[in-house]
Every structure is written in structure tokens, then in C-alpha cells.
Design a protein around this ligand. Structure first.
Ligand SMILES: Nc1nc2c(c(=O)[nH]1)N[C@H]1C(S)=C(S)[C@@H](COP(=O)(O)O)O[C@H]1N2
Ligand SMILES: [Mo]
Length: 366
């Protein structure tokens, strides 16, 4: 691939910065919108308000001629049509998806990428067929080590041209909750969410849920795609190889109470008892054990938890706050059944991945 290297961003996007947002970051934020936190009132995020993260362009696709090719270390390679996939057992599963970069712009130092605050999360009822069933019919050979899932979208990142692709180990891919998805909230997938076919890996950060899926390669070695080995690794320094990003870290968010100031989005709350409510979730289907609320960062008050609508869906919580006139910074903190809890300061990561720091919501009570 020949190109003028000054045209593409080939490597060192600035990192460790704390200045105002670059026009390119604002451009990414315009394309890849988040949800509106007040819509966390809904168990299922209204489809058009599910967050969006698309690295390259949304491919133009027609379900009539879409094919899913499965090849490599398999006994019977196949090229499946959408009508073949639709004829298989269909499951509906509510899954909370969160982008691994959610919270990136709340880090004291950030790298130039999609500048999420808190809004890259949402829950949808995904409709599809278990991946494990499809893999079983084609016969995975004993030589198989990893399975790569490759999308139709193609572009450059740090000078490398590639299709968006991610892998799972053979063991991870055997989880029957992983779905080949063709529908979302009772309708076909929207183009921007992966129409006509995507993967949903419940309990993992969003990068694993490959959109516009048209190729599955069963490999006798670890997958070396750019999005697998270069991006989506927890790193304390740029140089280290790092650890792969996988399961979602425990997190909670509140619906900011009261009414907002349009520009700053700071909140004005009337004095008296206010019910503050929000959502909490963790990775790999682990349930939320407790959520606590604080108006001063000192005392933490337990919230009431509602039952969740599925093992991979977020939990609603609420707490009654006696709001006395003054200025406050509200926060909430979730702990999951494995005892994992949210940190009070962002965990350091060069790319800002997995930032599950407690949310802070400034309010004035009048
Ligand atoms: N093919 C493809 N799949 C992809 C992506 C992408 O850019 N291309 N982005 C990933 C990331 S980083 C996230 S967080 C989720 C977002 O899914 P959504 O846009 O449907 O919310 O899709 C994942 N799957
Ligand atoms: Mo993401």
C-alpha cells in the first residue's frame, strides 16, 4: 500500500494530554454518539439512543447477498446465507454493552481518540442464533486455537490497513450465550449497528461484538489482527505489550437529578426528598451486590436494587436523598458479587480503557 505518510496518521497520536479537544476528537464524537443518561430509566435503551462506535465507514449491505464464510481448521467449511442463519434456532437476549473507552475523557491525561465521558453504554434485546451451534455443525478441528471474527469494514489505524476483526479462544467461543445477531429490539439491525449480521459477546466490552460480520476464520495459532494485538490492551506505558481487554468492569451511573443548565449540564435540584436512580452492571454476567450513593464523598448510603431482566442486563437502583440547599457533588459506587468495586480515581491506562471511576454529578440545591 503506497501513500503519502503525512496524509494518514501513522503512529503517535498524542497521549498523556489534558488540553482542550482537538477538531478530530470532536469529529469522532459527532459520528459516534453516546446515550442520554436520562434514558437509563428504560430497561431497554431506545434503539436510536444506543451508543455507537464505528471505527471506519458503515458498509452498504444488502441481506439478500450477504454471506458468512467460515473456514480454516474446520471439517466442513461453509458460506451461509442470511436465510440459512435466520432458519436456525432464534434466541432473544437482553445485553448491556459498554465501550472499553467509556470514561476516557474523564482521565486526567487522555490520548486522542473517541472522547467519551460516561455515555457509551446501553442495553438492547439482541435477536440471533447461538454461535456454538453453528460451530458445532461445521466441526472445529483439534488443531484450532483461536477463532477470528472479521467485519466488512476496512480502514487504517496508525498506518495499518485492515478490516475490523477480533478473536476468541476456542474455549471462550464455546459459551452458548455468544450470539450471531440479526435483530435488535424486535427489528432488523440498523445499518450502524451491524446490519445484516453481527456478533454479540455478552459480558465483554463492546469491541468483541464485531459488526458487519462476514468471515469467521478458525486458526491454528493466535489471531494477529490489529484490533486484537495492538489496540484493546491495558497498558501502563506505551512500550509494554499489556494485557488484553475482555470482561466489563463493575460500574454504576445515576440519572443526573433535577433540571440541567443547557451548556454546562450542571444540575439545579429543588430542596426536599429527591429519588435519585440509575443503573449498575458488571462483566461476564456477574450480578451487582450493592450500589451506594453519596452527596459529600464521605458517607455512602445503600441504594435499593431492582431485579435485572437478564443475567447480562444492567440493574436499576434508586435512593431517596434529602436535598438541603447548598452545592454538592453526587456520586454512586457499585460492588459486584465477586467483591469488585469502583475506584474513587480513574485507574491509569495509556489509552483510557476500562475507566470505571465513580461518576461525579455537580448539583446546586435551591
Ligand atoms: N466491524 C466492526 N465491529 C465493531 C466495531 C467496528 O468499528 N467495526 N466497533 C466495536 C466497538 S469498539 C464497540 S464498543 C461496539 C459498538 O457497538 P454499537 O455501535 O452497535 O453500539 O462495536 C464493536 N464492533
Ligand atoms: Mo468500543
Amino acid at each position: 500500500m503506497e501513500h503519502d505518510s503525512s496524509f494518514l496518521d501513522t503512529e503517535a497520536r498524542e497521549y498523556g494530554i489534558s488540553d482542550d479537544f482537538h477538531a478530530a476528537e470532536v469529529g469522532l464524537a459527532n459520528r459516534n454518539h453516546g446515550t442520554a443518561l436520562e434514558l437509563m430509566r428504560h430497561d431497554i435503551t431506545p434503539t436510536g439512543m444506543h451508543y455507537l462506535l464505528t471505527h471506519f465507514d458503515v458498509p452498504f449491505a444488502d441481506e439478500q447477498d450477504w454471506k458468512l464464510d467460515i473456514e480454516g481448521e474446520v471439517d466442513r467449511p461453509v458460506s451461509l446465507s442470511m436465510s440459512q442463519i435466520r432458519s436456525m434456532e432464534t434466541i432473544e437476549m437482553p445485553v448491556t454493552l459498554e465501550c472499553a473507552g467509556n470514561g476516557r475523557a474523564l482521565c486526567e491525561k487522555r490520548n486522542r481518540s473517541m472522547p467519551w465521558h460516561n455515555e457509551a453504554v446501553g442495553t438492547s434485546t439482541w435477536i440471533g442464533t447461538p454461535l456454538a451451534d453453528v460451530l458445532e455443525t461445521i466441526g472445529i478441528r483439534d488443531t484450532a486455537v483461536e477463532i477470528a471474527f472479521i467485519g466488512a469494514d476496512r480502514g487504517f489505524d496508525k498506518g495499518h490497513e485492515h478490516n475490523f476483526g477480533r478473536s476468541l479462544t476456542v474455549g471462550q467461543a464455546a459459551n452458548r450465550d455468544i450470539l450471531l445477531v440479526h435483530g435488535m429490539n424486535g427489528a432488523p439491525l440498523l445499518p450502524q449497528h451491524g446490519y445484516p449480521l453481527r456478533l454479540i459477546v455478552p459480558g465483554w466490552y463492546g469491541m468483541a461484538s464485531v459488526k458487519w460480520l462476514n468471515r469467521i476464520e478458525v486458526l491454528d495459532r493466535p489471531y494477529d489482527g490489529f484490533q486484537q494485538i495492538e489496540t484493546y490492551r491495558y497498558r501502563k506505558t506505551r512500550e509494554e505489550p499489556g494485557d488484553p481487554v475482555s470482561a466489563i468492569r463493575v460500574k454504576s451511573l445515576m440519572i443526573p437529578p433535577g433540571i440541567p443548565d443547557w451548556y454546562s449540564r450542571k444540575r439545579i435540584v429543588d430542596a426536599g426528598t429527591t429519588t435519585v436512580l440509575g443503573r449498575a452492571w458488571s462483566g461476564n454476567g456477574v450480578a451487582v451486590e450493592k450500589v451506594e450513593f453519596s452527596h459529600d464523598g464521605q458517607a455512602w448510603h445503600p441504594a435499593r436494587l431492582h431485579p435485572r431482566i437478564g443475567p447480562y442486563a444492567w440493574t436499576q437502583w434508586e435512593v431517596d436523598w434529602n436535598a438541603v440547599p447548598g452545592q454538592y457533588e453526587l456520586s454512586c459506587r457499585a460492588t459486584d458479587k465477586q467483591g469488585n468495586t469502583q475506584p474513587l480515581a480513574p485507574p491509569w491506562d495509556v489509552a483510557g480503557f476500562g475507566n470505571n471511576v465513580i461518576q461525579k454529578v455537580p448539583v446546586i440545591v435551591r
